[in-house]
Design a protein around this ligand. Sequence first.
Ligand code: PMP
Length: 330
Amino acid sequence: MKIANSVLDLIGRTPLVKLNHVTDGIAATVLVKVEYLNPGGSSKDRIAVNIIDAAEREGKLKPGGTIVEPTSGNTGVGLALVAQQRGYRCVFVLPDKVGEDKRAVLQAYGAEVVVTPTAVAPDDPTSYYSVSDRLAREIPGAFKPNQYSNPNGPLSHYQTTGPEIWADTDGTITHFVAGVGTGGTISGSGRYLKEVSNGRVQVIGADPEGSVYSGGTGRPYLVEGVGEDFWPTAYDPSVVDQVIASSDQESFDLTIRLAREEGLLVGGSSGLAVSVALKAAKHLPADAVVVVLLPDGGRGYLGKIFNDTWMRSYGFARVTEDRTVADVVK
Ligand code: PMP
C-alpha cells in the first residue's frame, strides 16, 4: 500500500519540469521546481514543519499553545496545516495588499486573521510587524515563529530543497534562481548547492524593482511574497552571487506566459523568478542547467494578475478579452 500517514508526509519531494516555450532563443536548459505541489500549495510548507518541530523540541511551543505570525499567506497555510494536525491555535497578521483569496484560505484551515495597513513604516504601531509582536506578547502560550529570523526556515531548505535539486539533476545544476522574501529559500538551498558542488553552482536572487536586495529603498511593487524594505537575518548574502531585479510588468508577463504556454498556473513571484532566470540564461552556453524555484500556485491571484480589470487599473497590459454571445452569434 502507498499511503501517507497524514497530509504532513506529503511535504517536499516536488518535481523539476523543463520549460520548453518561454525559453525560445535560449541555449541553456531551464528547469522549474514546482512548489505548488506541496499540500498547502507552496514552498512554505517546508519551513512550517521544521520551525514547529524545533519549537516543540526547544519547549517554546507547548500543548494548547498559539502560533502568531505576520505572513503574506503561504507561511500561514503551512503553519495552519501543521498546527491543526498537532492541536495548536493560529493567529495570522496580514498586510491589506494580500489578496482576499489568500485570507480565505487561511480561515478555511481554521486560522484567525488580522489585517493591517501596507502603507505604514515597519515600526508604526499598526504595521503588521508591530501588531504581531503585540499579539505574541499578550496571548498566553503564544509562539512567534518569526520566519524573518528563525534559522530553522533556511535550514529546512538546506535539508530538503537543496538536496532534492541536486539529486534530481544528478549534480548537473549550474545555476539556481529563487525570489528573495525572507531570504530563507535562497540562503538554505543555495548554501547546500554551493557546498555540495564545491562552489560551482551560481546562486542568483530574483528581486522586484524597488526592493532592498537589488539596491532599492523598499519602493512599493505589486508582486507578493518577495522583496523587502529591510534586511532579514534569514537572508545570507554570502551565499548569493548576484541579485537581478525585474519590474512588476516583466514578472506578470512571465506569470501569464507560464500558465498559457507551459501549463503552469503559478503566482507572481514565480513569474519574477523565471523572468530573472531568462535574463541570466540569455548569456549562458547550451550545457548550463538553470533551476528556478516556483514558490506557489496561481489560484490565489485569479482576481489580480489573471484579471483584466485589475491589470488595467494599474496600467499593465491587458490579458484576455471576454467575448459575449453577441460577439459570436452575429
Ligand atoms: N514567493 C512567495 C509567493 C512567498 O510567499 C515567499 C515567502 N515570503 C517567497 C516567494 C520568498 O521565499 P523566502 O521567504 O524563502 O525568501
